[in-house]
Design a binder for this molecule. Structure first.
Ligand code: ADP
Ligand code: MG
Length: 242
């Protein structure tokens, strides 16, 4: 019997007159990779912001292992085991690579300090393919490497639930295969992942189940094969309103 880890119930977000997220309902099971799909502007990043506590909800609630987390400060939600990457990478440019990763441990699910935090950061840098680059300034990294640092920073808090916002976007085919294997290894070590993604290869090979959004609302859910052949989903992506 798989357990529900994260549950969204009637989650709604309004920005003035715009309903960016409209009564979203879905559950994510332990060790599942759930794809959150939909065209640009459909409300995917906002949904992650509502789960992570970066934005207050206008309605509904989010639960983690049956306990309500919506309304809690973002740092408390991180400490409870939910952590995310951002669509636009957010790193501290004045710090080197390692210290950016160590900074991610501060509000962690399992906090580490001093030597232990540094060793853990170096282990995570190795894992994301940045072994030996800990002392580099952020400004000298390629775009892809900044994404790797961001993932390591997110992992430094030991998340049980990992929210990845288009983390694979912009990777070349070789990097993409490495990225897909990396995400699979995170699932295999027992994490639950919500994957906001457009890359079809990644969706097909990683997602156990997908939820598809359009204009803030859920329009389909099912396996990747089911949702990607759904007429309403195809119409939403093509922007055809007939
Ligand atoms: P997606 O990630 O699916 O591309 P977003 O969640 O970023 O979509 O955005 C959903 C809608 O909410 C868009 O119309 C966007 O312009 C709007 N939106 C997102 N964030 C804000 C904000 N902070 N203030 C006002 N509108 C926003
Ligand atoms: Mg987005």
């Amino acid at each position: 019997m798989t357990q529900t880890v994260l549950s969204l119930s009637n989650v709604t977000k309004r920005f003035g007159g715009l309903i960016a997220v409209n009564a979203m309902d879905f559950d994510v099971a332990e060790h599942e990779v759930l794809g959150l799909l939909g065209p640009n502007g459909s409300g995917k990043s906002t949904t992650l912001n509502l789960i992570s506590g970066a934005l207050p909800l206008s309605g509904g609630h989010v639960s983690l292992w049956g306990n309500r987390i919506s309304g809690l400060p973002a740092q408390t939600i991180t400490r409870k085991g939910v952590s995310r990457t951002f669509q636009l990478v957010r790193l501290l440019p004045s710090m080197n690579v390692r210290d950016n990763v160590v900074a991610g441990a501060v509000f962690g699910h399992r906090r580490r300090w001093g030597r232990e935090a540094i060793d853990h950061a170096d282990m995570l840098l190795e894992k994301v393919g940045l072994g030996g680059k800990g002392d580099m300034p952020i400004g000298q990294l390629t775009y892809i490497d900044t994404k790797r640092v961001e993932l390591a920073r997110t992992l430094a808090s030991d998340p049980k639930v990992l929210l990845l916002d288009e983390w694979l976007a912009g990777l070349n085919p070789t990097e993409l295969q490495i990225g897909i294997s990396l995400i699979r290894s995170l699932r295999d070590e027992g994490r639950t992942v919500i994957l906001v993604e457009h890359v079809m290869d990644a969706i097909r090979s990683l997602c156990d189940r997908c939820v598809v959004m359009a204009a803030g609302a859920k329009i389909a859910q099912g396996t990747p094969t089911e949702v990607l052949s759904d007429r309403e989903v195809i119409r939403a992506y093509l922007g055809d309103d007939d």
